[in-house]
Design a protein around this ligand. Structure first.
Ligand SMILES: Nc1nc2c(c(=O)[nH]1)N[C@H]1C(S)=C(S)[C@@H](COP(=O)(O)OP(=O)(O)OC[C@H]3O[C@@H](n4cnc5c(=O)[nH]c(N)nc54)[C@H](O)[C@@H]3O)O[C@H]1N2
Ligand SMILES: Nc1nc2c(c(=O)[nH]1)N[C@H]1C(S)=C(S)[C@@H](COP(=O)(O)OP(=O)(O)OC[C@H]3O[C@@H](n4cnc5c(=O)[nH]c(N)nc54)[C@H](O)[C@@H]3O)O[C@H]1N2
Ligand SMILES: [Mo]
Length: 676
């Protein structure tokens, strides 16, 4: 703890910690505490990219910690599912209820009838994949494929480069061309913005590929407003140009790559003209982009997660990540690609003392199907934590039908009373990151920090590790000497991490990043594939793809549902986290041409619908989205729309071409006026 800052009230202290929310930046924080209460949250300088400022969402986090939606004690259901009819129970009663149900499920239907359901609510090592993993593995529960995000990008990055560490923010200003491809930094990773600005001031060109205009595209030199799901053909057209014009770097490819010929063959049909027809971007603009990219050095491609959320997402990311290899952009500072850096530290979770059992795997994007009573084996006990599936998972109506099943026992362990909690049989209150320890690893910046408690737990809230540890103990699944709770687990993790990391966290709460946090690809770091080469045409991805790697899967639009609905990250929530706080009215964004052809005026009430259901809200008309595409924000709660359905109602539970990812942006819809 540091002594009082000049502007703080006399009794206030400022405590350093780190933000573990699902965001690339992993900010270091200075939290002001007065009389045991958080009064302010600011950025600090401990993490080299935070630079003393943070997003407005985390500044508001005290409203969540102390807010009316905060869960303060365990609850048990007293009335029908979907309604907030609950009574307070003690932790002992709540945990015993769960233990009895777990034993019941094991005895009557087998442990695979138990499904843990979680994602990245808090992204740290302690809250996630620690004692929870130990418990569910030892139980022999069904396994969850955690594919709602980053599954296609992860599969592509792993297959092509073995998840080579990527260019970090500090090296963006060294680039002379930066392609921002399906990434919206001013919302979803705000600490990249000053580095992009600095690059621009030094004369770098910025190209943005995005169906919408964003603050970054408005300041860019070129904006390719592609139709959603068509990035693959744009990238292939650039590859074709590079190969056909003799601009491919044959020396690099011969020394460091495999599969260049197969990629070249699959790209051969994608002339700029054909790619223009599919993507909706002029052939001349595509050519200009290809010429700029071929000529520039250092040239950087920052691939975001907007690219992956459709049927072609996996191939598209492969084709984008292949660009710096084919065009010979590696080997210089600021050149190459940037994506998730979470694998860069090379940390294995050796502290989880149990191997994965060979039990059934459920793809989390198909939760609705998994909860069908007819699924084999039927799910009888669902344990939701670090996640809000009633709001965030595709085919919302099917998910809700599953959650309504009378013979399903659902536990929801969360910080606030979420949309999913309405369907729980038992609700458990969780601590927030301001009330516990965590080890926080950035996936944009190369940073690792120790988060520590800033205030005491609110009400009777408990940490994940404490609760999963106690459940494991009550079920007789813990061995002598194993971590039993948060503090034990934190110490075990610090002990197990490589000394260079563990020592930094112990001594300074922050570890020194490898390569000073600024690795140069093909100088400091190389592909982590078996032969250290780039694999431009991984056979197993070709076999997994329904048509073969790099083959374009057509748009799912129909005459009845012609519009593409996309749902990018917004500045109000992190996924659905913080959705309980007041926000301005949510509206559907639509291009003026699409509004005119439907006779819609700005602010009218509309229904957005397809075969899966409908969402009702007002329309906002403007040219910030290309025609043919409409936008609702990601992470809405059911209270944010007029009929209690969010964008995920309209999202099919189809999977991406590679990696089993979610196709959030393959929702195809129609929009029409409704009278209130
Ligand atoms: N404020 C805030 N920050 C967040 C989050 C949040 O919800 N709110 N979420 C966090 C999480 S979980 C993640 S995964 C990241 C996501 O952050 P990003 O990587 O930025 O991903 P998205 O917001 O899904 O989409 C980025 C951009 O891609 C565009 N896009 C949509 N479809 C396509 C397409 O087919 N092709 C192309 N080229 N572009 C397309 C969208 O219009 C959007 O502007 O952000 C993290 N940070
Ligand atoms: N329409 C649409 N939907 C999307 C997307 C999209 O592009 N479009 N993108 C998707 C993406 S990228 C992602 S990553 C997913 C994320 O979807 P989810 O995994 O559901 O993430 P959140 O909505 O942030 O919910 C996380 C929950 O975990 C809780 N939590 C946080 N920390 C803890 C803890 O320590 N213990 C416990 N027990 N609980 C905790 C939070 O309070 C919060 O309610 O959403 C997806 N949903
Ligand atoms: Mo995500």
């Amino acid at each position: 703890m540091r002594p009082t800052e000049p502007h703080a009230p006399p009794t206030a202290t400022v405590v350093g910690t780190a933000c573990p929310l699902d965001c690339p930046d992993a900010c270091s924080l200075s939290v002001t505490v007065s009389e045991g209460r958080i009064t302010a949250i600011d950025g600090s300088d401990a993490n080299a990219v935070t630079r003393g400022y943070i997003c407005a969402k985390v500044r508001r986090f005290p409203e969540r910690v102390y807010g009316a939606s905060r869960l303060r004690y365990p609850l048990a259901r007293t009335g029908p599912r979907g309604r907030p009819s609950f009574a307070r129970v003690s932790w002992d009663e709540a945990l015993q209820l769960i233990v009895d149900r777990v034993e019941d499920a094991r005895r009557n239907w087998g442990a695979e009838s138990i499904l843990p359901f979680c994602y990245g609510g808090s992204n740290g090592f302690i809250t996630h994949d620690g004692l929870d993993a130990l418990l569910f593995r030892r139980l022999g529960a069904s396994r969850l494929a955690r594919t709602v995000c980053a599954a296609p990008t992860g599969a592509a990055n792993l297959a092509l480069y073995g998840k080579m560490p990527s260019v970090t923010y500090h090296d963006y200003p060294a680039a002379s061309l930066i392609v921002i491809w399906g990434f919206n930094p001013s919302v979803s990773g705000i600490h990249a913005v000053p580095f992009l600005r600095e690059a621009r001031q030094r004369g770098a060109r910025i190209v943005v590929v995005d169906p919408r205009s964003t603050p970054t595209s408005r300041g860019a030199d070129l904006h390719l407003a592609v139709r959603p799901g068509t990035d693959l053909v744009v990238a292939l057209a650039v590859h074709r140009y590079l190969f056909e014009e003799g601009l491919a770097d044959q020396t690099f490819l011969e020394a460091h790559a495999t599969g260049a010929n197969e990629l070249r063959q699959r790209a051969a049909e994608w002339t700029f003209e054909r790619a223009a027809e599919v993507s909706g971007v002029d052939a001349a603009v595509l050519r200009e982009f290809a010429e700029w990219y071929a000529q520039a050095s250092p040239a950087l491609v920052r691939c975001g997660w907007g690219v992956e959320r459709n049927r072609n997402g996996g191939s598209a990311v492969c084709a984008i990540l292949a660009l710096p290899a084919v065009a010979g952009k590696f080997g210089v500072r600021g050149g190459g690609y940037a994506m998730s850096n979470s694998a860069s530290w090379g940390v294995e979770r050796t502290w989880v003392g149990a191997d994965e059992p060979a039990t059934r795997v459920v793809n989390m994007n198909r939760l609705g199907r998994a909860l069908d009573a007819s699924a084999e084996p039927a799910v009888k006990l669902l344990f939701v934590y670090n996640c809000n599936p009633a709001a965030t998972i595709p085919d919302q109506q099917r998910v809700i039908r599953g959650l309504e099943r009378e013979d399903l026992f659902t536990v929801v362990f969360d910080q606030v009373f979420t949309d999913t909690a309405h369907y729980a049989d038992v609700v458990l209150p969780a601590t927030t990151f301001l009330e516990g320890y965590d080890v926080v690893r950035g996936y944009g910046s190369l940073s690792m920090q120790l988060a520590q408690p800033v205030v005491d737990p609110i009400g009777e809230a408990r940490s994940n590790a404490d609760v999963f540890g106690e459940l494991a103990e009550r079920l007789g699944l813990l061995n002598e000497g194993e971590p039993r709770g948060e503090l034990d687990l934190m110490l075990a993790i610090l002990r197990d991490l490589p000394p260079a990391i563990g020592d930094g966290l112990r001594e300074r709460r922050t570890a020194d990043p490898p390569w000073d946090g600024t690795p140069v690809q093909f100088v400091d770091v190389f592909p982590r594939t078996a032969d250290e080469k780039v694999h431009l045409f991984p056979e197993h991805l070709d076999a997994e793809h329904p048509l073969g790697l790099y083959r374009y899967l057509p748009d799912p639009a129909t005459p009845e549902h012609p519009l593409s609905l996309i749902s990018p990250a917004s500045d109000r929530t992190v996924s659905s986290t913080l959705g309980e706080l007041p926000r301005p009215e949510v509206k559907l964004q639509m291009h003026p041409d699409d509004a005119a052809s439907r006779g819609l005026a700005d602010g009218e009430d509309v229904r957005i619908f397809n075969g899966l259901g409908e969402v009702r809200c007002r329309v906002q008309i403007g040219a910030r989205v290309r025609s043919g595409t409409v936008v609702l924000p990601k992470g809405l709660w059911r209270s944010h729309t007029a009929n209690g359905n969010t964008g995920t109602t309209l999202v099919p539970d189809t999977l991406t071409d590679l990696g089993g990812g979610a196709c959030f942006n393959d929702a195809r819809v129609q929009v029409e006026r409704v009278s209130r």
